[in-house]
Design a protein around this ligand. Sequence first.
Ligand code: BGC
Length: 732
Amino acid sequence: MKTLFYAICCVGLLWPSGLRAAEDDESMNRFVSSLLKKMTLEEKIGQLSQCAGGFATGPDNTQLSRTTDISRGLLGSMLNVSGAAETRKYQEAAMKSRLKIPLLFGLDVIHGFRTGFPLPLAEAASFDLEAIKMGARCSAREAAAAGLHWTFAPMVDISWDARWGRVMEGAGEDPYYGAKVAAARVRGLQGDDLSADSTILACIKHFVGYGAAVAGKDYNSVDMSWGHFANFYMPPYKAGVEAGAGTVMSAFNDFENRPCTGNEDLLRGLLKEKWGFQGFVVSDWGSVGEMVNHRYAKDQKEAANKAITAGLDMEMVSECYARNLADLVREKKVPEALLDDAVRRILEQKYKLGLFDDPFRYCNEERERTVIGSERSRREARYMAERSVVLLKNEGAMLPLASSVRRVALIGGLSKSQKDMCGSWTCADESKVVTLYEAMQKRGVEVDFHEGYDLESNEIKDLKGTLKAARRADVVVVAMGERAWESGEMTSKGNISIPEQQQRLVTELVKAGKPVIVLMMCGRPVIFNEVRQQAPAILCTWWLGSEAGSAICNVLWGDYNPSGKLPMTFPTHQGQLPLYYQYKSTGRPYASSGWCAKYIDIPSEPAFPFAFGLSYTTFEYSALKVLPGDGGKVHARVRVEVKNTGRYEGEEVVQLYVRDESASITRPVKELKGFEKIALKPGEGKEVVFDITDEQLGFYDNRMNFVVEKGDFTFMVGTNSRDVDAVSYTLL
Ligand code: BGC
């Protein structure tokens, strides 16, 4: 029926009769080539243009109502429009255009859609790729039911600097792990069939190096060598592309002294030619026009020229293409073939989404009503949220709480804040968020809530009343940290410490003599040295989305035994930033004293190392050994036994780190090169075996070639990046 609708629109007018979108590439090529031939220059430029509807997620320099342009075929895509009815309205306008090319609707669906999932950084703490993929699939299912075709996610930028607010949107500091998460998210969003009702286009962003903005300042310059980029920043972009992402977004920043949006070496050279990327590249919000601010283009016309030449296919918002490309082609400054290539790439993605079969296939209000916020979505969000929590401290096995705990003093306004629970940059339906306060009440415990401190000023509030409540309670649970809006885009901070008074409140509560459990709510690594020392139990709960309260309660009472590990190193001092575990050895390696790489006034050790996270149970590692490989791709195997030595069933992320002891370029002290999350019953043991292949031993040389060099390596296995056992190995 849907197909019939479109066929009726087009038959006899534009496309050869009987030609319909089919699944295979050949049909797609034929279809797209035939369509391209019919397009005027203006219609081609239209396909390369994206405007914002609804609301602005950057400096608003667009007109909001573009239906006339759409009906004239002068627009290929819209962002920030969603909802089956709303997208249908614009798509109907597109169906009035001469060639009836459907619009593509994109939105930043970053951590769940109406059902909110944990922040991407929090999800990464799960080290559970299946769960992460499931989360992305749920986002896609809900977003696709709301008329969307495309999300500007996943953000795969590696960052070592917690001052950068956008760390909340990525998978943390590690390139190996970041690559695995990038691929899982792309697969979750796009599935195996982009034309299915429940899948949407993914967008690998921000290409490249956005997370390395100097001094952690958003939009700042990036300066790194290709060799450094290749080993520490490139892997997640590459993995996302290899996983089949249909689109890539160019970054705001410069790279090698040229803005990424106009950087031919990156977009055409590395991405399209070297990696063979077949999808299309979209700019970031206004980033084509911003090349003038970078002083890389003298005006918008030159910016358009540089971007299209570099391989930037679709321009988001700034309209340099719409205003200048036609002249540039007529003046023979830009060959039309460049535009054709860009248009072809965009039409291909529309084709793969099935939009030429039925432009309204995603605008189904009935599906929108049943899919969004379904019980299944809620269940999946809760599952992901439980796995995102990281247990940082648990003195005297204070957690899990016994079922006999009936009276809880719940301190901190964050525990009641639906808005904050969603985390920043969210599409979630705030009114449907289960707060911690609500979840505790549902659990049937007596909750004595006190704000403890003012959420705006961070000043302690009613200390007397709060301490009285603490003394009367069986346990004290303190929800504290950053507000949700304090991380995300444009939220770089010069100080990532938790405010002093919030921390002092915890000290006072501990003095009251009752067990105190701190829930650290944050979107980035934060510094809380006083709390770290004073509080006996600390859970990092980030921002967990629609099911935040239920998930936290399940963890507090031990229905779920926490298994998360920090995807970023947590510092003790601002001066340590940027901070990361895979630093280079240097000529004067770090030591506790002497002439070496360290500070004289602050410690060099972090508060919590990368991939740190405790469990209510304990795990013992033993019998670490190197075993022979298979004589082929597997050079060797690393084997370890892990036993659950505690009282609870639990999951452990067993981690493999590798150090190259001598190489043709300087290499890090250790790098994560494998991990496995295993579940163990009390007393149960399992053998974990890591294959050592080129992936574990190799690196990129300064010419970006992946090389594997013979020689000595150290393999380290353990429960986090610091606490490891080591064995030696020689690749002959
Ligand atoms: C962000 C992108 C986002 C875009 C559209 C920009 O400001 O950097 O990540 O996709 O806005 O909202």
